[in-house]
Design a protein around this ligand. Structure first.
Ligand code: FCB
Length: 496
């Protein structure tokens, strides 16, 4: 999510700076200049003309909502930086989170109220396979209950999109080196096979991995997430490993899930959720070079590898990875895009070369006029439009698997949804095959190193004051229901 890191080890940033400076120019990040007019968004008729099969829903991840999990993140939460600051800024943990492990029926009710027809949820690897080769049949049975409740939802079924890896690793994998362990992709594929055996009759939509690039940036460049490493060379190798893991898992899912549960002619529809971000230069050619290089590393490596069957990651002077990966080709039935914001790049090459910090800083837009979320992320719907146009060239159907903002008051989210749907609709009008939109998130949850300070839920939760953890609708629920009505998933709202 954030490329520049606090606490960056000088040598690592030196290497990264050299890499960025030497990297070839990327094709650009959807450079089409465009500014959306608020009045135009207001007038726009949302989702007009989408096919009835359009996927409309929300997303969560197992660790962020379930509570009661024990994995590498649990251990990370207990730790501190050398200066004494806790790894999680508000000192909180995911021990209880939204307690969805016990309160999941409330989540299903929330989805029904929204009119959603899809829900991206995770299964927690460490819960299902607490030791290598073990399988918790009781936990699997509970996940099956959840999946069956989604399929039996009113007024229409809610299709589960099942996510297999979302930043957290079982302790037994972490102890062997996590994704640096050469056996990790096979171990993950074995887990995927078992998940397919256990849930395949209820699930067709599979999401193998969430945001491998974010994992690498946060865990191996910034050192802000487990395993807390600041080493771009190791990060690049982990990215390649994750791609390998995706390819093996996709093959395992195809081999083990033979049941077409929704009757659309396919037993599996597989993709991964790729975090994408606009990198715009603030000014001159050096900013542009650094921005293009960041775009190349962050946005391009993954889809290029799947499109070509070849992993190419180049960090000159640090590491070059050039590996044939034929198993990746054909592993996507769809591309998932998680979009939040853009970075405006002011290069700091000199600083980086002298080991005094990252190769760029992120600055405010020139006019300083753009609204920001509670977490300081620029609200930039034009970026979603630009990136959709860019990724359309691969030809995969695109599902927006996450988009949302931290908005504790809940007042900005309705407009945020409208403007991002407008971006999707403009891209669709230009032929981009966007087939779904999933809001992040269904409910407030544990926002990684920000703890409970970042509130992303369509439904908010008073974690400190409400022992029942009631899911309370924010104003954006109504906005979402308007979308559902367009798709015929809910009756039309009463005329004003
Ligand atoms: C995404 C993550 C998700 C959540 C949102 C805000 O990058 O996939 O878990 O943290 O950001």
């Amino acid at each position: 999510m954030f490329l520049p890191a606090r606490r960056a080890k000088a040598s690592a940033w030196l290497a990264l700076a050299a890499a960025l400076a030497g990297a070839p120019g990327a094709v650009g990040c959807g450079k089409k200049p465009v500014t959306f007019e608020p009045a135009e968004i207001e007038r726009h008729s949302m989702l007009a003309g989408v096919s009835p099969g359009f996927l409309l829903g929300a997303a969560t991840s197992a660790y962020q909502i379930e509570g009661g999990n024990q994995n590498d993140w649990t251990d990370w939460e207990a730790g501190h930086y050398p200066d004494g600051q806790p790894h999680v800024s508000d000192g909180s943990t995911a021990a209880r989170a939204a307690d969805s492990w016990n309160r999941w029926r409330q989540d299903v009710v929330a989805l029904e109220d929204l009119g959603a027809n899809v829900y991206r949820l995770g299964v927690e690897w460490s819960r299902l396979e607490p030791a290598e080769g073990a399988w918790d049949a009781v936990a699997a049975a509970r996940y099956r209950e959840m999946l069956m409740a989604l399929l039996a939802a009113r007024p229409h079924p809610i299709r589960p999109m099942l996510n297999l890896y979302h930043f957290t690793l079982p302790r037994w994998v972490a102890a062997r080196g996590g994704w640096e362990w050469s056996g990790a992709p096979q171990a993950f594929a074995a887990f995927a096979a078992r998940a397919a055996d256990a849930f395949g009759d209820l699930v067709d939509l599979w999401c193998t991995l969430n945001e491998p690039n974010v994992y690498v940036v946060k865990g191996y460049l910034a050192g802000q997430w487990p395993p807390g490493v600041r080493d771009p060379a190791r990060g690049a190798r982990v990215l390649a490993r994750l791609l390998d893991a995706h390819g093996l898992a996709a093959a395992a899912l195809r081999a083990h899930d033979r049941v077409d549960s929704d009757g659309d002619g396919a037993a599996t529809r597989i993709g991964l959720a790729h975090n994408v971000r606009v990198f715009d230069p603030e000014g001159g050619p050096v900013d542009a070079l650094v921005a293009r290089s960041a775009d190349d590393f962050y946005n391009r490596v993954i889809p290029e590898a799947v499109a070509t069957g070849h992993v190419h990651i180049s960090l000159p002077t640090v590491v070059t990875i050039d590996e044939a990966a034929p198993g990746l080709r054909g592993s996507f039935d769809w591309l998932g895009i998680n979009y939040y914001t853009r970075d405006i790049i002011r290069s700091r090459i000199a600083r980086a070369l002298t080991g005094r910090g990252p190769p760029y800083e992120v600055v405010a837009d020139a006019a300083g006029s753009r609204a920001r979320s509670d977490m300081g992320w620029e609200i930039y719907p034009e970026g979603l439009y630009r990136l959709l146009l860019t990724f359309a060239r691969y030809g995969w159907p695109i599902i927006v698997t996450e988009s949302g903002l931290a908005d504790r008051a809940g007042t900005v989210r309705p407009g945020y949804i409208r403007s991002h749907i407008y971006a999707i609709d403009r891209a669709r009008a230009e032929g981009v095959p966007v087939v779904g939109y999933l809001h992040w998130s269904l409910i407030d949850n544990f926002e990684w190193s920000r703890g409970y300070t970042g509130r992303f839920g369509l439904y908010t939760i008073d974690f400190a004051g409400d022992p029942e953890l009631t899911r309370r609708p924010t104003p954006a629920v109504k906005t979402f229901q308007e979308l559902a009505a367009v798709l015929g998933l809910l009756p039309p709202p009463p005329a004003p």
